[in-house]
Write a protein that binds this ligand. Sequence first.
Ligand SMILES: [Zn+2]
Length: 398
Amino acid sequence: MTGRSQASAGDLLELVRSGRATTRGALQQATGLSRATVGQRLDRLFRAGWLREGAGGPVDSPLGGRPSITLEFDDEHAVVLAADLDTRHARAAVLKLTGEILAEHGGTLVVEDGPDAVLGELGRWFAELLEKAGQRAETVCGIGLAVPGPVDSETGRVVQPPMMPGWDGYDIRGRLARAFTEHTGAGSVPVLVDNDANLMAYGEQRTGYADCSAFVLVKVSTGIGAGVVVDGSIYRGIDGGAGDIGHIRVGAEALCRCGSYGCLAAVASGGAVARRLAEAGVPAASGSDVRDLLAAGHPEAVGLAREAGRQVGDVLATVVTLLNPGVLMIAGDLAGTAFLTGVRELLYQRALPRSTAHLDVVTSRLGERAGLVGAGALVVEYLYAPERVEERLLAMGM
Ligand SMILES: [Zn+2]
């Protein structure tokens, strides 16, 4: 045995998926494995159905000799389920492993009804969506869930979530896996849970800004949260608390849902704007009501959204100075022209010119689908990570 650990089947799959090595010869070169060993490992991946021969035909081998067959990740062998919970609304989808949405549903689902009811209902949605997409439940490889609260990614549980009463410490993974099994009759699958802003950031960064190594997304809906993607991975902090900027004190006296006074979310979120509108006699109860009013050009809503943007922009000046991102994306119910104008006003006024010189302030590309796309991608990256591939192949008897 040499001291250097040898490339596994999972490492080979990673090389093929990323496009870094897509022929047997290139895999030999990249890993230093013998032709026979590469062949054995690829054989396991072919038998699992995860690899296929490329449609492009043979290409010249880097080692010379006969042209070689190209290999590619078989993205048809499984599908992913994803759901994105907001406080009063949810979306769910069946996705291909490439992230393409095959079937999608959005509807009312009230987080305050508690995890048992909400996750049970999601199981029912998933069963219907699979039927709509013409996919068997047995092809589902995993489920990704976005929630509007801080998540401990080790356990998949939410930790003291201000907007999710009754969910603190609840076994979300276990309940959703059971709901899937109950409604589809299929076996249990892995469930991954993460914060919604994190997953929106992940989805947007991967699909639209793959070259951006420091990406920040701020979601301003009923609450306010931020997702940070650094070098292609979600940055969660030590226990999932990174990006929870809605509860930074900005000194105002409004009471926040978290129980403190003066949080950013208590004065500048969709919920806060809705409350001010209601006080002024304009019917609005949530971030999505504000979104509708903004879309209709309601002058009072536009004025309040701009002011909210200024308050968020002030906090973002600090965020941008600390992280020096290349892209700052504003997403969620309030993410329109008025809010963005307010953000820009304060951000460029307060941040160091140096930290905004190469910064793009943009709005969402994926819109309401960002969380779903991010949740799906999280599952795929988890399941096909080299160490997991080895585990799963062994579990399949390969
Ligand atoms: Zn708060």
